[in-house]
Design a protein around this ligand. Sequence first.
Ligand code: NAD
Ligand code: WQD
Length: 337
Amino acid sequence: MKILVTGGLGFIGSHTVVELQNEGFEVVVVDNLSNSSEQVVDGIFSITAKKPLFEKIDLRDKKSVQELFQKYNDILGVIHFAASKAVGESVENPLLYYENNVTTLVYLLQELQKLPKAHFIFSSSCTVYGQAEQMPITENASVQKAMSPYGNTKQIGEEIIEDVTKVSEIDAILLRYFNPIGAHPSAAIGELPIGVPQNLVPYITQTAIGLREQLSVYGADYPTPDGTAIRDYIHVVDLAKAHVVALQRLLQHKNKDKVEIFNLGTGTGSSVLEVITAFEKVSGEKLNYKIVGRREGDVVAAYANTDRANSVLGWKAEFSLEEALASAWKWEQKIRS
Ligand code: NAD
Ligand code: WQD
């Protein structure tokens, strides 16, 4: 059973390729290496003893996308990770984001629309909820006006998929990730942020390893128990496994609707200070940090109600925050050694 994974050498994509191969799927990875490296293929091989087929293609090139589907005319499902994901960069260069995140989606769906049947899984984000009124956040919470062009590409992406499934034989699952962190326990694959990390956990591990001097904690005056903002940090391996389960649901025609939406989180919120404390505990390192002002655009709290994913997909996050942080630390130590 051949599955196309776009962005399959990236952070979440590579972990998903591992889980797909572990479940016996044959994987074709498409990636333009804009935010990853071909060595990730070796990392995947070292875990699964199997190399995915790899096509270095830029999905912005419509002709290449068409040729891809001509070459592989037996693709049963597509998991679409490829996108640009830096919120700040999207504010500075919105068209780059609309082109890379929206145009590429359209090109893929145009090819899938030609097939007698197609199954599609889309990487969406909890960012679509903005600051939700109620915690934990259910899938029925309303989608808020996007706070960045990046966030908007996820909302537009969801709408495009909703529209096309109404008039085609494509069915889809939209997965709204909360905050993915960590690395494969083997430390053969993990997150490779380019430049200064924007996300909390890679910033923590890079500070602990001595690459950054100090972590800035953005705001300790939020209306939360310790004043720092709350998120739902989910181990990337748990997230990857959810993709396999979602894909199997579509392949086995178990889906009730042409488009289904699932939150992927642990269901537990952790504050920035709680993450720092947990990191210090698992790493044995003292973290140099200071409290600074709030970061523009940050929400106070976001954590998932995972009931739907638990009951409908039969999936539940298994790793603890400590385990996820330990794996991120192991990965950081490995890549700097
Ligand atoms: P990533 O940058 O590590 O992986 C994306 C991969 O896509 C990279 O390997 C990159 O080279 C590739 N890519 C980008 N543009 C491409 C193009 N035009 N053609 C071919 N390949 C291209 O990112 P990630 O963290 O693994 O995120 C995967 C998906 O999940 C993205 O859609 C992202 O928006 C979404 N998401 C991520 C997070 C997060 O915090 N990491 C949270 C919610 C949603
Ligand atoms: C987590 C918490 C920060 C860095 C972003 C995107 C979102 C999604 C996931 C893709 C916040 C605090 C962070 C630092 C800090 N991506 N922080 N010092 O902001 O929840 O979500 O990534 O869809 O769209 O916006 O994640 O890891 O950046 O921040 O204090 O150096 O850590 O203020 O409270 P965020 P994050």
